[in-house]
Ligand binder design. Sequence first.
Ligand SMILES: Nc1ncnc2c1ncn2[C@@H]1O[C@H](COP(=O)(O)OP(=O)(O)OP(=O)(O)O)[C@@H](O)[C@H]1O
Length: 470
Amino acid sequence: MAKILIIDDEETVCQSMSLVGKRAGHETSCARTLAAGCQLASEGDFDLVFLDVRLPDGNGLEMLPRLAQAPSKPEIVIMTGYGDPAGAELAINSGAWDYIEKGSSVKDITLSLVRALEYRKQKLSLSGRQEVVALKRENIIGNSPALTACLDAVARAAVSDAGVLILGETGSGKELFARAVHQNSKRSDRPFIVVDCASLPETLVESLLFGHEKGAFTGAEKARDGLISQAHGGTLFLDEVGELPFATQKAFLRVLQERRYRPVGGQRELESDFRLVAATNRNLNQMVEAGTFRSDLLFRLSTFVIELPPLRERSEDIKELARYYMDKFCENNGLSPKGSCPEFMETLQAYSWPGNVREFINTIERTVLTAREQPVLFAQHLPTQIRVQVTQSAVNHHEIAAAPPQLSPPSQLPKLNDFRDNVYTQAEKQYLCDLMALAQNDIATACNLSGLSQSRLYALLKIHDLHRST
Ligand SMILES: Nc1ncnc2c1ncn2[C@@H]1O[C@H](COP(=O)(O)OP(=O)(O)OP(=O)(O)O)[C@@H](O)[C@H]1O
């Protein structure tokens, strides 16, 4: 059972929010002014505070930092007036967990409450470590701090219905993250409709988005639903939103504001209730300055902004990604799982991946197919241009590092036995990698060269995770 504090001057709001909290099995308290709310928060052990913005003795947002610093460090959900995207943005930027519109349905309030408490439970159980909320992250591989922060942002965005803008270089996972926002939202059982703005033909863009009536233009033999209508109840994902023609941006803004639109050639206005997620690798702020993107549309799109880091900035994720996709491609191609040498991973980690995860996946697939039945992957299995780039940058790096080092005694040393064991293990692994490379992965040759028995060699390969099929 959690403790919830509701700060609102309206009796009816306090009562209905209290009811929702109690029905979900929690204890609730109410305060009608900011001063009373702050007092209660400083004395009580609250997990969650629902905070109104306009209160008789001040603005809730201004008090948010103080409330968040109460001894129990509660999660805070802001309650805004109906249709106030500016208030929503301000709430999130001020560090609130979420915002809800006053008069939201019981389902929406409960969802926000449940997710905020889930987040808190996990946060507390991780005793302050910066980790992600439990969320469906199917197919999103990696646990680097940068990726974890993005998953955290997905969790926050998923509980609300506000616009999400996902920024990132090509192939960095924008569509994957857009799907994650949808899959974790209350709309997950409704459609996820993708609009690739870069490939919308300019002449047909409005009819594709809004649909058209029969005979609306030459070739319109039957009436057709547009993508906006198909997204009703679900999520509309505008990929490459920077490519949306300027004229269409205006029409689209109107749909976002009013949730109403008119099919091409139609008389009647139709309604669609969709959640918008957009993505781009362009700098939309610069486009606004250049007059090619509408600032009001950008404002609407970007209540939540998720910035995906390029793969080269999160090389901690590379081993996990490599393991996942090596196993996947082996399985898809009926091959036994493969091991890999340290140099293989080091080369993957040192490369700059301009095409990000997409390029990485293609490379792993190609490498697995090149190695076919060979049980261990070596750096030599990787495409030449990758090895060349890594070698060149290593050479440059050495040149820079060639300056005489400033020797200073180390501040810490491991125990001698640990140090020796570590060196021994690394040397043994290196030997096995070299051995398997020299023997071209042939076990009998490797036994001959090393003097090891076959069972000992298999055992060592297994210990070092170099031969995962044994
Ligand atoms: N963290 C990740 N874990 C596993 N696979 C990923 C990850 N990020 C991206 N991918 C995979 O990489 C590929 C490219 O991702 P996606 O299409 O989402 O990128 P994008 O940023 O939308 O690309 P573009 O800008 O070219 O449209 C997809 O196959 C996706 O599943």
